[in-house]
Design a protein around this ligand. Structure first.
Ligand code: AMP
Length: 428
């Protein structure tokens, strides 16, 4: 016997009951849209060699500095639970040589759990689920617009109305370099007012100051030069086209100068879908951008790419807060099965098999043989029909079926049972 009370680890949660219904609704909705936009699923391991994340996300980012679940395996190799999905997809696309010219751009989506050692709070946990897409091998600005169109469409189809699509362009390596040197000059004199993390960021990677959750640091950073003023002609032209395509698609967006996103691999267009209803530190439901150098950094071809990730749990949380209902898939017929003659009532078992063979979902009233209690249980569990079998039904080879909404009861012959249930539910 062990007497420990075991809780799930801090920052993790169990998903069951109602949450599963929201989750299924979201996943069904996105899968349908991924099909329409023609993205194929990829499933990568939940852990990778640590370098997959540290090199791509960037050694000076918060994720790599303090949030990764990193551990040696039994042979001493350093492994990390994935904190995000893009690096693994890129690793896989390069390793599995998916990037042959005939198949470009490769369009992939994933649904997976991610792990970050963060301070747990509302909308922020240590294990969470993301739905992401990656399009590898095209640099066309129309693709940027198409990817944001997909993001916008997902939230529209889920029933959200007042979300904000924030976009920015952080340029190519040379734009980033010229901005960084100017920004460093600007922020240097404020070094004393910055938090300890930002003092380090100032030395290692000043752009990361924009990720800081301390409002004073963010205010100082936002008051400085804007990255969009440092774009080269090519990046500026690309961004103008992206905005033009978004307008042509009637997608509303807001230019957000402070948006930099927390990973080093981003280049060019970046974006985030936010909600005013969420606290500012956790107000993003999803985000992404271009990462035009990452494939090459992974030893793959020098090809541009773009993607985004949506937080599944945060989306569920906001749906509940805004009272956005999940729509259930047109389900199968469900019948609650009440037999008063168990345990050795083979007639009931036979009927149960007939119904299930016909694709009707059945649950049996284990635990009670009382019809009244069985009917109550059926109602509580959301069943609209109950099939009742007692001595009389066994004798006459029939089944009584109770319509729990209309409070009507019928008696059907065994041979006609499936057909009659279909008629009752309007399925035929
Ligand atoms: P990121 O990969 O940081 O751009 O995150 C993309 C989305 O994942 C965010 O907009 C959130 O919805 C979600 N997300 C990120 N981190 C967490 C977390 N710690 N807990 C819950 N959701 C998260």
């Amino acid at each position: 016997m062990f007497n420990l009370v075991l809780n799930s680890p801090r920052g993790t949660f169990d998903i069951y009951g109602n949450e599963i219904k929201y989750r299924d609704f979201i996943i069904n909705t996105v899968r349908d849209l991924f099909d329409i936009f023609n993205f194929e699923e990829i499933i990568t391991p939940a852990f990778e060699y640590t370098e997959v994340f540290s090199k791509s996300i960037g050694v000076s980012t918060d994720i790599v500095q303090k949030e990764m679940y990193t551990f040696p395996d039994r042979k001493g190799r350093s492994l990390t639970l994935r904190p995000e999905g893009t690096a693994s997809v890129v690793r896989s696309a390069v390793e599995k040589k998916m990037l042959s010219s005939g198949s470009l751009p490769v369009r992939l989506f994933y649904i997976g759990n991610m792990f970050r050692y963060e301070r747990p709070q509302k909308g922020r946990t240590r294990e969470f689920w993301q739905i992401g897409v990656e399009s590898l091998g095209s640099g066309e600005p129309m693709l940027d617009a198409e990817i944001m169109w997909l993001l916008d469409e997902i939230f529209f189809k889920l029933g959200f109305k007042n979300l904000e699509l924030n976009i920015n362009c952080i340029g190519c390596t040379s734009c980033k370099e010229s901005f960084t040197s100017r920004f460093k000059k600007y922020i240097g004199p404020f070094a004393g007012d910055l938090c300890t993390d930002c003092k380090r960021r100032l030395k290692e990677n000043p752009l990361r100051i924009f990720d800081c959750k301390v409002s004073q640091c963010l205010e100082k950073a936002s008051g400085g030069p804007k990255i969009t003023s440092f774009l080269c002609t090519e990046c500026e032209d690309h961004f103008e086209k992206v905005k033009f395509f978004l307008k042509s698609l009637s997608i509303k967006y807001k230019i957000s100068d402070e948006l930099v996103r927390g990973f080093d691999y981003y280049t060019g267009t970046i974006f985030e879908m936010t909600s005013k209803e969420l606290e500012s530190a956790q107000n993003a439901l999803g985000g992404g951008g271009r990462y035009n150098k990452l494939l090459k950094e992974f030893g793959g071809p020098d090809m541009p790419a773009i993607g985004f990730a949506i937080g599944l749990d945060r989306t569920i949380m906001l749906m509940k807060e805004l009272r956005i209902e999940y729509k259930q898939k047109k389900g199968r017929i469900k019948v609650y099965f009440i037999s008063t003659k168990r345990p050795d009532d083979l007639y009931s078992l036979k009927i149960l098999k007939i119904l299930r063979d016909a694709g009707i979902s059945c649950e049996t009233n284990y635990g009670t043989k009382n019809i009244g209690n069985g009917v109550k249980k059926a109602g509580k569990k959301g069943f609209k029909l109950a099939a009742i079998i007692g001595s009389e039904e066994i004798k006459t080879r029939t089944v009584s079926v109770k319509d729990l909404n209309k409070f009507k009861q019928y008696n059907f012959n065994q041979a006609q049972l499936v057909k009659k249930i279909m008629e009752l539910t309007g399925a035929k």
